[in-house]
Design a protein around this ligand. Structure first.
Ligand SMILES: Nc1ncnc2c1ncn2[C@@H]1O[C@H](COP(=O)(O)OP(=O)(O)OP(=O)(O)O)[C@@H](O)[C@H]1O
Ligand SMILES: [Mg+2]
Length: 280
């Protein structure tokens, strides 16, 4: 499969990225990654390997020690209008109502009140929260808060959507619905999406390409192109032999990455790998 690395024309460029927290163990020592405009990239890797750190660097909340992160030849800043992010934790303003949270970025960008309310309501409904517009977010469940956070990012209709395990707090059914909604929105808007997940199946279901991160400071372990046809649906995609073939390959990669350090059983279970299948 042709990937961003081979095709040129990439949108997001990460070159020679170096990063460590306050002189501690380096997390990245020369990471390179290119993401094409409109590509849906999933990043997967064990807990603590640096996924959230990478997203912080991509969003401009953290700055590389060395190397560069650029979106269309410009250094990314968190306030860029073309950027939307959904963090691992919802990170909402507790003094605003749910719908006001969704409107917040639109207000900052100067969108007139009526237009931003209409836009916010559209995405609010899309994530299944109709009826909860005027709730303070502290009165919503964790999963609902995460959906507000998703609506807030989507409402910006960003060119680059950065998502850090956005659905991990949701129950399995809601998560599946959200995956389908996300694919539908992506199909309509054509953003570049970088989606971090612990779930191998979720990565395969959603992405055009799946990058497996190694333990720090190794960076990218392997990159897999995903040729499962689109549009995808649970019934056809998740039952296809190719889906299971990808799953097998990714389980192998994750197991190899985890063998770099003692394997934590709880971590394996969290990633959808039963301890019994602990690949010799
Ligand atoms: N603020 C911080 N200060 C110092 N070290 C940090 C900080 N945040 C993360 N780290 C360390 O950096 C490494 C990568 O952390 P990061 O949160 O990026 O991992 P992750 O892959 O997102 O993990 P998880 O899957 O559990 O969310 C870990 O070893 C962690 O201890
Ligand atoms: Mg994380």
């Amino acid at each position: 499969m042709q990937t961003a690395e081979s095709s040129g024309g990439s949108d997001l460029v990460i070159r020679d990225l170096h990063y460590s927290y306050d002189g501690n163990l380096p997390i990245f020592t020369g990471l390179d990654l290119q993401v094409q405009a409109g590509e849906f990239l999933a990043i997967i890797g064990p807990s603590g390997c640096g996924k959230s750190t990478l997203l912080n660097l991509l969003s401009g909340f953290a700055s590389p020690e060395r190397g560069r992160v650029q979106l269309r030849d410009r250094v990314i800043r968190p306030e860029d209008p073309g950027l939307g992010y959904v963090f691992q934790r919802p990170n909402l303003f507790p003094w605003l109502t749910a719908i006001e949270n969704v409107e917040f970025g639109l207000r900052m960008s100067g969108m007139p009140a009526a237009q931003r309310r209409q836009r916010a309501l559209h995405y609010f409904q899309l994530v299944g929260l109709a009826g909860f517009e005027n709730y303070l977010t502290t009165r919503l469940s964790g999963g609902m808060q995460q959906r507000v956070s998703l609506a807030r990012a989507l409402a910006l209709e960003p060119a680059l959507l950065l998502m850090d395990e956005p659905f991990s707090a949701l129950d399995a059914i809601t998560r599946e619905t959200m995956n389908d909604e996300l694919l539908r929105i992506w199909d309509t808007l054509g953003q570049t999406v970088i989606f971090i997940t612990h779930e191998i199946e979720e990565a395969i279901y959603l992405a055009d390409r799946i990058v497996v991160l190694a333990r720090p400071p190794a960076g990218i372990y392997r990159s897999h192109g995903n040729e499962l046809p689109r549009p995808r649906s649970s019934q056809t995609t998740k039952t296809s032999p190719l889906f299971w073939e990808y799953k097998k390959r990714l389980i192998g990669d994750i197991a190899a990455v985890m063998r770099q350090q003692p394997v934590d059983d709880a971590e394996l279970v969290e990633m959808g790998l039963s301890v019994a299948t602990d690949h010799a």
